[in-house]
Design a protein around this ligand. Structure first.
Ligand SMILES: O=C(O)CCC(=O)C(=O)O
Length: 489
């Protein structure tokens, strides 16, 4: 659909009904929608906000015509489920046109196209995370088909958006985005979203391997979790929603999400909205990149494919990483010109303070995001919640975990390792099994000690285990804060 083809002029905003075609009234003005997005700290679904967006007609068939033969990369994954997440590093990839994808997806016999090696009953295909600017490079008018300005972000359109086209079962493993908050417009088919609040980060067993700037992955397959190895996951508070066409999901900052296509073809469009907190997040990401690249490159400089997410172009050199970190720190200070104020902002983010709370801050990560320091709800948030109704509904907590999760709960599954004072930090940042190295560095001695300790594995600490601790988001936050403190003096 070409730009400027809005069929229905938008009338002044008022609460009320909407129509599919013809004139209708949007339930929220751009200003109100933006107020909601900036103050609401739980995921919610907007309805009746995009009924006049040209992009509502972007079915996979339509896009196949618009892209006319352009080859795009599809991520191929297995439909069968395992307790280990299907990370992008373990998927295979196919270059194909949307037309070829649609032919394969019809599941006709004798499919000789680029998908010929992939049995449709066993595999899904996902053209995921495609920036419009790369996809529609010769047709930038099409950016105007997406109008995030209706949500209070003037000028924001397809230029700042990504496109996702998948088959049944296509999914993105559970992760959180380190920058911004997210608006997701479901265009075709339905997607099931599993979301978890930022405060539950320790229960999601965060990892930076595979490494991708701006994504922290969970080691848990949240739809088929191995509760023996990840016992704390039972405490994670799952919220679920099925997003249907023409709905827009708001994902607040740092909410974990696992997203699965539950219809034969799905198309969605999203845009990550920058936030003030991204300045600090960039410093944290700079630290993470430097540490991950240094350790993984020393481990094996020739095998980046095993740990570098395919979305990353290359493992950057130490020099480049230093430059990146310094750039992020400068940007942090430049943004908030007075160093003192910058320091305070860094230390107070999430209502926590490095000096007074030390490691205990970890168990309460992000609490300050949802509550003010005295524990009361912010006024903006209360206002936003008052607007819940037919045009804006909250994503509810799931009443219970799916049956597959209950099926893998083991007796004595490690609960005794947990106390109330943040010890789940130690557990969550370490690998699946608790691992300890002898203080003398003598492996044999360490193994002897370990083998006599009930419940502890004899395995040694791997580079990835160490990284799970060193670049745990809670640790990089603290390091970023210390760097900022140091440079603020
Ligand atoms: O739709 C998906 O598969 C994932 C979307 C996602 O991760 C995001 O929008 O941040």
């Amino acid at each position: 659909m070409a730009a400027g083809t809005r069929e229905s002029p938008r009338l002044t905003s008022a609460a009320g009904a909407s129509g599919d075609e013809g004139e209708y009234v949007k339930p929220f003005t751009p200003e109100k929608a933006k107020d909601i997005i900036m103050s609401l700290q739980q995921p919610a679904v907007f309805c009746n906000m995009v009924s006049d967006w040209p992009a509502r007609h972007w079915t996979a068939e339509h896009l196949s015509e618009v892209l006319s033969g352009k080859r795009i990369r599809f991520r191929m994954g297995m439909k069968s489920t395992d307790t280990v997440p299907q990370f992008e590093t373990t998927c295979s990839y196919v270059e194909a046109t949307l037309e070829e994808f649609l032919t394969w997806n019809c599941d006709q016999p004798n499919n000789f196209g680029p998908f010929r090696d992939y049995d449709h009953s066993k595999f899904w295909a996902y053209a995921d995370y495609k920036y419009f600017v790369n996809l529609f490079e010769d047709n930038s008018d099409i950016f105007q088909d997406v109008l995030w300005s209706d949500f209070g972000f003037p000028g924001r359109n397809g230029q700042e958006s990504t496109l996702w086209i998948g088959s049944l079962g296509a999914h993105t493993p559970c992760h959180l985005d380190t920058y911004g908050c997210n608006l997701v417009f479901q265009v075709q088919g339905r997607k099931r979203w599993h979301l978890f609040p930022p405060e539950d980060t320790p229960f999601l067993y965060p990892t930076r391997i595979p490494y991708e700037e701006s994504s922290v992955f969970s080691k848990v397959n949240v739809v088929s979790p191995d509760l023996k190895h990840f016992p704390q996951f039972r405490k994670a508070r799952r919220h679920t929603v099925t997003l249907s066409p023409r709905q827009v999901l708001f994902v607040p900052r740092h909410w974990w999400h696992y997203v699965e296509s539950i219809d034969p073809v799905t198309v969605s469009i999203n845009s990550w909205i920058e936030l003030e907190e991204d300045h600090l997040a960039r410093v944290e990401e700079g630290i993470t990149r430097m540490v991950v690249c240094a350790l993984k490159m020393s481990e094996d400089p020739h095998n980046t494919r095993a740990w570098l997410n395919p979305t990353e172009v290359e493992a950057t050199s130490h020099e480049v990483n230093c430059h990146y970190l310094n750039g992020a720190l400068s940007a942090f200070f430049n943004h908030d010109r007075t160093p003192k104020a910058a320091e305070i902002q860094a230390l107070k983010i999430n209502g926590e303070n490095v000096e007074t709370k030390g490691l205990h801050m970890f168990s309460h990560m992000e609490v300050g995001q949802t509550h003010s320091q005295d524990g009361s709800l912010g006024a903006g948030r209360q206002d936003a919640e008052r607007l819940f109704g037919p045009d804006l509904f909250p994503v509810p907590p799931s009443p219970e975990n799916p049956p597959s999760e209950r099926g893998v709960i083991f007796e004595n599954d490690g609960e005794e390792l947990v106390d109330k004072d943040g010890r789940h930090f130690a557990e969550s940042c370490c690998s699946q099994r608790p691992r300890v190295l002898s203080t003398s560095g003598n492996v044999a001695e360490g193994q002897t000690t370990l083998s006599s300790a009930p419940g502890l594995s004899q395995a040694l600490i791997s580079t990835d285990d160490l990284l799970d601790c060193l670049v745990n988001p809670l640790v990089t936050r603290m390091v970023a804060q210390l760097l900022i403190q140091m440079k603020s003096l």
